[in-house]
Design a protein around this ligand. Structure first.
Ligand SMILES: O=C(O)CCC(=O)C(=O)O
Length: 298
């Protein structure tokens, strides 16, 4: 596997063309315009974003999701939670979640492959990405003790330029402020040694609470120490949390079933993105009498 896909110096680096209507990443000086005719591709990330990700393990952007998109995504979320209640279950310390959100509401694909987010994910991952998991998650009012459960979802991948095997999009669908539940992480830079002891990492990196208005996106390396911070509040928190992996590496987990609608999609890019099938998707497909794609290529 190539590990030399990045060049953060700016000149001659890779830029990403991803998401619906975009096909692949390519060299900055040789932009492909497959579905874009002669429109120059606008890169979603700035060099400052990339440098921040290198030195902190995450970035936050509140300007990618438009007001109209946000209203649409909140509507999808609320309707899913209302009409597909039977797929929502208790999760973690004080959450409810639906991990089959792509089956119950296929339109969540618009969140998963939001063009700006997808473009940034592809650039940070340094090559073609695949769907890993989707969680629609809800946190209600709470009057208990402040709670945190620090963890890393997956190990670092040392051969990757950002030592990143999987990345998560955390999309806030409600305002997140100092007195509400929030997502928190302990920043770490790729030049820093990995501290496996949580207390040591928290002493070195501290704790950053990610606040932002509804529509804010945080992208982070899931190997970075993080937690949900549950605090006494009357405010509800709604999030979409989507994992992306490298297309040629192992599927993330078996929490989300990938609907055949996507891995049998008529569009090559959609099929490839959703085609790194986990065991549960294969099992369900077989049980419904569907023919599975050849290994590694849906
Ligand atoms: O819900 C949150 O704020 C934290 C999410 C988290 O810990 C995770 O996805 O592993």
């Amino acid at each position: 596997m190539s590990t030399q896909k990045f060049n953060f110096s700016g000149q001659g680096g890779l830029v990403a063309c991803g998401g619906p209507g975009f096909l692949t990443h390519t060299k900055r000086e040789g932009l492909r315009t497959d579905s874009m005719e002669n429109t120059a591709h606008m890169r979603a990330l700035t060099d400052t974003d990339v440098e921040f990700f290198r030195t902190h393990g995450y970035i936050v952007r509140d300007d990618w999701v438009s007001a109209d998109e946000l209203a649409h995504f909140v509507d999808l979320f609320d309707r899913d939670r209302d009409e597909r209640r039977y797929r929502w279950h208790r999760y973690g310390h004080h959450q409810e979640a639906n991990y089959d959100a792509l089956c119950t509401t296929p339109a969540f694909d618009e969140v998963v492959r939001h063009p700006k987010v997808y473009d940034a994910v592809v650039e940070l991952m340094g090559g073609p990405v695949c769907f890993g998991e989707i969680g629609a998650r809800f946190m209600g009012a709470y009057d208990g003790e402040l709670h945190q459960g620090w963890h890393r979802d997956r190990p670092h991948w040392p051969e990757h330029p950002l030592r990143m095997d999987y990345i998560q999009q955390m999309l806030y669908l409600s305002d997140v402020e100092p007195d509400t539940h929030c997502f928190s992480l302990s920043p770490e830079g790729i030049e820093q040694p990995i501290l496996t002891d949580n207390d040591e990492q928290l002493t070195r990196g501290g704790c950053v609470d990610i606040h932002g208005k509804a529509g804010t996106v945080c992208l982070f390396n899931v190997a970075v120490l993080h937690t949900a911070t549950t605090r006494p509040t009357s405010a509800e928190r709604k999030t979409m949390q989507i994992y992306y992996g490298h297309r040629d590496r192992a599927p993330l987990a078996n929490d989300s079933v990938i609907p055949p609608l996507f891995w049998q999609h008529g569009d090559d890019e959609a099929r490839a993105f959703y085609g790194n099938l986990n065991d549960v998707s294969r099992l369900y497909a077989q049980s419904f009498g569907l023919e599975l794609p050849a290994d590694g290529a849906a």
